[in-house]
Design a protein around this ligand. Structure first.
Ligand SMILES: Cc1ncc(COP(=O)(O)O)c(C=O)c1O
Length: 350
């Protein structure tokens, strides 16, 4: 049996280096609310990575980081354009709408990615007083469907948005997976591509609970106030910042994410190989496996048999689509054991 299941990278434990990093800053009194030396150091490290000055706002959850990011970017009359699969649309309990009153304008996308052609096809009703104005573009890398934007693709979206006077937000809840998948630098994927505000997610990569909102565009003002009133400003910020910092030490975040990506790729390959050998039917992947998430169609009875031993979520039960997610602690043995479970479930079916 696999030691870990493939329900979510959120199911994974905290990486020991993160636990050690938290313990290391757990001494004495330090200034609160981000004025501590650890948050200052995180800002310096990110400024070195990015090659420019930024404001770094440590945050508690990915949803919180997203709401802070888009609220900082969006005027009272504005709206956020995002993929129809956007996390903000379906999985944040309506947080940007409820907390900040920001309308979301979903753009249909088969694979979670947007491209300029998709966006140009739409009449945005610019200047029409009756319509929410499309002022902010929000994308996620990796996307909610595990697909990955290249830096060039992001740059093209930023050029389109900026030419229209819009600003760009990037949800980086799994940005390390995107960096590992593309080989791009953080600077290439964000500031050099033209992203105005982005988040760096640490939790899903291996941290306990930590994200950082990075404000790269100096004309975006007031993000620190937004951070506070949206309840994402932790008083003991050092313990949050140190988790993000640890992922930038010895490339830990990149290494953990590359491993998780590799485990997903390996599972997809094992299923394809077993199908070629006639041991299971051909796997019906519904998305390209580009990072640490696998989406595929699995007959309900096969999924039910597997669930006697492992937990994973339905993605779209109406079309028997499930999601498997690998994490920093998914082992090579887990992947083989998981593929064995798939094979056994089909065999029992007869
Ligand atoms: C792409 C993406 N953004 C944001 C989030 C939100 O993170 P959290 O659950 O910490 O609020 C998630 C969580 O799964 C996610 O997948």
């Amino acid at each position: 049996m696999p030691e870990t299941d493939l329900a979510s990278d959120n199911y994974a434990p905290v990486h020991p280096a993160i636990v050690a990093a938290i313990a290391e800053v757990n001494t004495g009194h330090q200034p609160s609310y981000g004025a501590d030396p650890t948050t200052v150091k995180l800002t310096r490290v990110l400024e070195e990575e990015l090659g420019q000055a930024v404001t770094v706002l440590p945050a508690l959850t990915g949803t919180g980081a997203n709401v802070v990011g888009v609220t900082a970017l969006t005027p009272r009359w504005g709206a956020v354009v995002t993929s129809s699969h956007g996390h903000m649309i379906g999985e944040e309990g309506g947080a940007p709408v409820r907390l900040s009153g920001i309308p979301l304008l979903p753009v249909p996308s088969a694979n979670g990615k947007l491209d300029v052609a998709d966006l140009e096809r739409i009449d945005w009703h610019d200047g029409f007083v009756h319509s929410p104005q499309a002022t902010t573009l929000s994308i996620a890398n990796t996307t909610e469907l595990g697909t990955v934007y290249t830096s060039d693709e992001i740059a093209a979206l930023c050029r389109w948005a900026h030419a229209r006077g819009m600003l760009v937000h990037l949800d980086g809840a799994r940005i390390f997976n995107a960096l590992a998948a593309t080989g791009a630098s953080l600077a290439d994927m964000t500031v050099r591509a033209g992203v105005d505000v982005f988040s760096i997610g640490a939790t899903k990569t291996g941290a306990l609970a930590a994200e950082a909102v990075v404000v790269a565009n100096p004309s975006v003002t007031g993000a620190d106030f937004v951070h506070k009133f949206l309840m994402q400003l932790p008083s003991k910020a050092r313990f949050i910042s140190v988790q993000v910092l640890a992922l930038f030490t010895d490339e830990l975040g990149l290494r953990l994410a590359a491993h998780a990506n590799e485990m997903a790729r390996s599972l997809a390959q094992q299923l394809t190989d077993r199908a070629r050998d006639g041991r299971i039917p051909a796997p019906e992947f519904t998305q390209e496996v580009e990072s640490n998430q696998i989406f595929l169609r699995l007959p309900a009875d096969v999924a039910a048999r597997m669930r006697r031993n492992v937990h994973f979520y339905d993605w779209d039960a109406s079309r028997s689509e499930v999601r498997w997610v690998t994490a920093w602690d998914t082992s090579v043995e887990d992947i083989s054991a998981f593929a064995d479970l798939v094979e056994r479930a089909y065999r029992e079916r007869g």
